[in-house]
Design a protein around this ligand. Sequence first.
Ligand code: ADP
Ligand code: MG
Length: 274
Amino acid sequence: MRTIVVMNQKGGVGKTTTSVNLSAGLANAGRRVCLVDLDPQAHASLHVGVEAHGNTPTIYDVFGDKQTINDARQLVAPNFWCVPSNIDLAAAEMELADVPGRELILKAAVNEVRQQNYYDYLVMDCPPSLGVLTVNALAAAEEVFIPLQPHFLALHGLSKLFETTALVNRRLNRQLRVSGVVLCMYETGTRLAADIAEDLAAFLANSDPHAPWAGAQIFRSRIRRNIKLAEAPSHGKPIFQYAPKCHGAEDYAALIEEVMDSEESGEQLPAQAA
Ligand code: ADP
Ligand code: MG
């Protein structure tokens, strides 16, 4: 099972759009995918058409040790499940403050489904912060994808993000690697976007080879700005269902090909689409 955290402490950079469409596309390609919504704003849940109210189990219950990932999941498409979030999760940060081992709660839950071999991919959509929820995701995962919107402050804040992955790598999870940067809301034809991609490539190439981000690639597929991507969430549908022919769908499809290219050969073959 590949475990991917989609993180960036900045809001509005494309985390949720990437988490949802990556997950949906992998499921379309026959992979068994579980999307875990770790943002109290629950945008990922809503984007796949899940609204968790009342007694609906959510990721909050997983943090409270009341539910397993598989108890809290909902089927949203063939071989595509979502563990939803809702605003209750906003309280978790404070409630967990005194809980020993609070950084490792999600890791235990993820290890359980890893052992049971339920999924080919587990994708975690993070809130826009480096708090306990994001640290839980980093402790539970092997890969980090960073969506980046290439504007002039894009690289600002990246060092803080990288330091966090290094800290988690040292203290909580030796397996953690930053594996990819996804350029989102890319403006084709602008010098600025291309410059930022180049600066980032230079930074990665000159990093300490032991840093968790040393092997990170900038995905060749860039996600162009596309209005359909912005419209899809309010319809509760991933882009491949909402507008399968738009640029946004094309770009995410290309990204998914790249992600699948890096599947380890020799891993078990993907399950058949149900
Ligand atoms: P984050 O999760 O990092 O806060 P989102 O994925 O929610 O970011 O994206 C922020 C906003 O921009 C959302 O309204 C989303 O629909 C929109 N958006 C994301 N990617 C694109 C894109 N490539 N083109 C146009 N709009 C986008
Ligand atoms: Mg989001």
